[in-house]
Design a protein around this ligand. Structure first.
Ligand code: MV4
Length: 445
């Protein structure tokens, strides 16, 4: 087992990892930029190393500084959290070269799943349902035209180096294909330095339902059921829940089996998430695979009673998983509380928190690193915490979320709390009747 883990991250996820390490009697090293000198992950860790000035590029993304921090503190493993270097193949490799265990995917796995067209081809070979479309990347526009005719409009053009919607274009008719092809490639080139594109039949009004998986070092994998992440705005998740209101026992079995099949086929090690698009007929199709712990992992933990960070650490230390799958026994909802102004296009609203009272009570979990008088730095993402509620039924969970949001007192900055409170009263949300299109029509009061 590891003696000391360095957490190469900040904010609530750094605290989340430190908490589990403490429970496992593993020493912790925090790394921080000068903007985070007073943050809680620095205070909670056994040791802390300043790795640079506020800009992420000079601190949390500075691989050499993080490796150096691990060397001088003698850390034998690094947990990358999510974002930053969590899916950076070069960093995963650098850790291995320095004899430091990267608690995440291997460089090969990160590259393989990061290349979306390649990932899809792999999944197809594993027998995982995929959206009909191109076989790999599209050579040129002529081939793109032929493929679109074969696939049948509407089609979706996607960036192979992409994800999260960048370099993606929906095309409804032939005359729009050329412009979409050119602009998607341009956007992908600018964002990822790569303009490889692939094509899929467009799935109309899909749901985004993802399956949590854990694979061990011996080729075994299990699933921990689904999370419905369809409530998104500009590809930013706002709230997630499990079980999905759209799920049936039969669909859960089929999606869970497909996700485990995928993980075992690629010999996936660690915690991962297989994302699916689900259409209104409950057909499901592979979308992407994430090789990191995700922001929304707590709702899964709450309903299956399982510590995913602990499992990541155990698997990285070579401990085999039991192999059984996990099914929700409760209902859990997460609301991402961001320092953003919902009445101003969700524009980031950093600043000082002058008053803070976070909700509590039975079935309420607040994963957050903020405190009264904390100044939210403008350099990083705007999430200040995740409010997670868990209850026996979806109705009770929504009721509990309303109570918790009403109890939440945070002054000095704008937050997304008013949006979430309105969401919990929205008839389509309450009815569980929402797809990825839901936020397109949502009017903030
Ligand atoms: C799609 C799709 C419809 N049809 N692919 C969005 C980003 C990336 N995860 C893939 N995405 C989509 N791929 C086909 N063939 C619709 C989306 C999509 C979406 C997917 C999940 C969650 C939110 C979304 C918002 C807009 C579009």
């Amino acid at each position: 087992m590891f003696n000391k883990i360095l957490i190469a991250n900040r904010g609530e996820i750094a605290l989340r990892v430190i908490r589990t390490c403490k429970e496992m009697n593993i020493k912790t090293v925090a790394v921080y930029s000068t903007a985070d000198a007073d943050s809680l992950h620095v205070r909670f860790a056994d040791e802390a190393v300043c790795i640079g000035p506020p800009p992420s590029a000079d601190s949390y993304l500075k691989m050499a500084n993080i490796i150096a921090a691990a060397e001088i503190t003698n850390a034998d493993a690094i947990h990358p959290g999510y974002g930053f270097l969590s899916e950076n193949a070069k960093f995963s490799k650098l850790c291995a070269e320095h004899g430091i265990k990267f608690i995440g995917a291997s460089p090969e796995m990160i590259d393989r799943m990061g290349d979306k067209a390649n990932a899809k081809a792999t999944m197809k070979a594993a027998g995982v349902p995929c959206v009909p479309g191109s076989d790999g990347v599209i050579e040129d526009f002529e081939q793109c035209q032929v493929l679109a005719e074969e696939t049948g409009y509407p089609v979706m053009l996607k960036a192979s180096a992409g994800g999260g919607g960048k370099g993606m274009r929906a095309v409804w008719k032939a005359e729009d294909l050329k412009d979409a092809w050119d602009s998607a490639r341009q956007e992908s080139k600018a964002a990822f330095g790569n303009d490889d594109m692939y094509m899929e039949k467009l799935i109309e009004e899909p749901r985004h339902i993802e399956i949590q998986i854990v694979g061990d070092a011996y080729g075994k994998a299990c699933h921990l059921s689904e999370r419905d992440c369809s409530v998104q705005r500009r590809h930013q998740k706002l709230t997630e829940e499990t079980p999905s209101p759209f799920m049936t026992d039969e669909l859960r079995e089929k999606m869970g089996d497909a996700a485990v099949r995928a993980a075992e086929y690629i010999k996936y090690e660690g915690a991962g998430t297989v994302e699916f698009l689900v259409d209104k007929h409950r057909n499901f199709y592979f979308m992407e695979m994430n090789t990191r712990i995700q922001v929304e992992h707590p709702i899964t933990e709450e309903v299956v009673d399982y510590d995913l960070i602990r499992e990541q650490i155990l698997v990285a230390a070579g401990v085999p998983i039991s192999g059984k799958n996990y099914y929700p026994k409760l209902h859990s909802i997460e609301c991402r509380i961001n320092a953003e102004d919902p009445h101003n296009n969700f524009r980031p609203a950093p600043g000082r928190i002058t008053t803070l009272h976070t909700p509590g009570g039975h079935g309420v979990r607040m994963d957050s690193h903020v405190y009264a008088d904390y100044i939210i730095p403008p350099n990083y993402d705007s999430m200040i915490g995740k409010l997670i509620v868990t209850a026996q039924t979806r109705e009770e969970a929504i009721n509990k979320m309303k109570r918790a949001l009403d109890e939440f007192v945070i002054e000095g900055i704008k937050t997304t709390i008013p949006f979430h409170r309105q969401l919990m009263d929205h008839p389509d949300y309450v009815a569980g009747n929402y797809t990825t299109k839901f936020m397109d029509d949502f009017v903030i009061e």
